[in-house]
Write a protein that binds this ligand. Structure first.
Ligand SMILES: *[C@@H]1O[C@H](CO)[C@@H](O)[C@H](O)[C@H]1NC(C)=O
Ligand SMILES: *[C@@H]1O[C@H](CO)[C@@H](O)[C@H](O)[C@H]1NC(C)=O
Ligand SMILES: *[C@@H]1O[C@H](CO)[C@@H](O)[C@H](O)[C@H]1NC(C)=O
Ligand SMILES: *[C@@H]1O[C@H](CO)[C@@H](O)[C@H](O)[C@H]1NC(C)=O
Length: 300
């Protein structure tokens, strides 16, 4: 619902015409949509693609379709294992000849943490700048509202979470459970989360993840200041609830992940590669002016 309102507002503002002026100066852009959305909805990712094309004439944009059609793409955002989705995306990116010299990337909501995993796992072709718009880099502890028009899939996801997020069946079948992070059960989270705990190196450390992530030119994290969909919203900046506490939040720079530099984020911070932005609205809401002023510069 929310998404559609904001995106249709953006959509109505600009003219989608044929682009006659092609420049070779900017890298192509890869987009990964959020939960409940698909690659090619003209009101959501389609309008983002048009907004980018309007600002950067001639740019090539690949909005990832995870599956063989948009129905699968939307359902896979709920039910296809996280690492299987990453592999799927890596294959699309590797096989697209227009991306062979590198690309910038923007992920919306869970697409943000998924594209970070792509950067960590598939360094070729190279990702230049990564923009995470409302991505949940430390996972979520709360699923307060469903995005999109159709809440059927979202309600099913919630029912599964109620069975127990770390239940084997639920972990194997629900993406949102794979980035469920229970601050009251950190040990269980580390042991059973099949996606976010792994890419965040919570147990074993895979040096490749760090080696690849630090290759990014910029890692831009957008937090939505009035986010009512992501709990806690600070996860969008790599913060999370203090263990054993569901109200106090630590920041990235206070986290063990940063202090021990398991992902190279401390190193990236020292190299001025981390950019923290706040969009002062609810989840995934922004105006085209805000998008143009704050995000387009990282796509050029
Ligand atoms: C863009 O690329 C085409 C084909 O590779 C080339 O002919 C053209 O001169 C390039 N334009 C600019 C502005 O670099
Ligand atoms: C580390 O991650 C890379 C990229 O996914 C993978 O190829 C490799 O097998 C992993 N290494 C270990 C020890 O799991
Ligand atoms: C919502 O999605 C479900 C599952 O894809 C589908 O069966 C149902 O028809 C959809 N409902 C509406 C109102 O679009
Ligand atoms: C969380 O921390 C706050 C402030 O330190 C404290 O007042 C509160 O009791 C804590 N909550 C829990 C569940 O430990």
């Amino acid at each position: 619902m929310e998404l559609k309102i904001i995106f249709s507002a953006i959509f109505s503002v600009f003219f989608v015409g044929s682009v006659s002026c092609h420049s070779n100066s900017s890298l192509p852009l890869v987009i990964w949509h959020g939960m409940g959305d698909s690659c090619c909805n003209p009101l959501s990712m389609g309008s983002i693609k048009s907004l980018v094309e309007k600002n950067i004439p001639g740019i090539y944009v690949n909005s990832l379709e995870i599956g063989s059609n948009i129905i699968d793409d939307m359902a896979n955002g709920f039910f296809m294992d996280g690492f299987t989705q990453i592999k799927f995306a890596c294959d699309i990116i590797a096989k697209d000849p227009k991306l062979k010299n590198g690309y910038n990337a923007i992920g919306f909501s869970q697409g943000g943490q998924f594209l970070r995993a792509v950067a960590q796992i598939c360094p070729n072709p190279p990702m230049n700048n990564l923009i995470s718009a409302g991505g949940q880099h430390q996972g979520v502890y709360g699923f307060p509202r469903c995005p999109g028009d159709n809440s059927t899939l979202c309600n099913l996801a919630r029912e599964l979470l109620n069975m127990g997020a770390y239940d084997k069946f639920v972990q194997e079948n629900l993406v949102q459970a794979q980035y469920w992070h229970d601050p009251l059960n950190e040990a269980e989270y580390r042991q059973y989360s099949r996606f976010i705990a792994i890419i965040n190196q919570e147990n074993s450390v895979n040096e490749t993840y760090k080696k690849n992530l630090v290759k990014l030119n910029k890692f831009v994290m957008v937090m939505f200041g009035k986010d009512t969909m992501v709990e806690p919203k600070e996860s969008e900046w790599f913060g999370f609830y203090v263990p054993g506490n569901t109200s106090d939040v630590y920041t990235l720079r206070e986290s063990k992940l940063y202090i021990q530099d398991k992902l190279g984020l401390k190193q990236m911070d020292a190299d001025k590669k981390l950019v923290f932005l706040t969009a002062p609205w609810d989840h995934l809401q922004f105006t085209d002016e805000w998008f143009e002023a704050n995000l387009i510069p990282y796509m050029k």
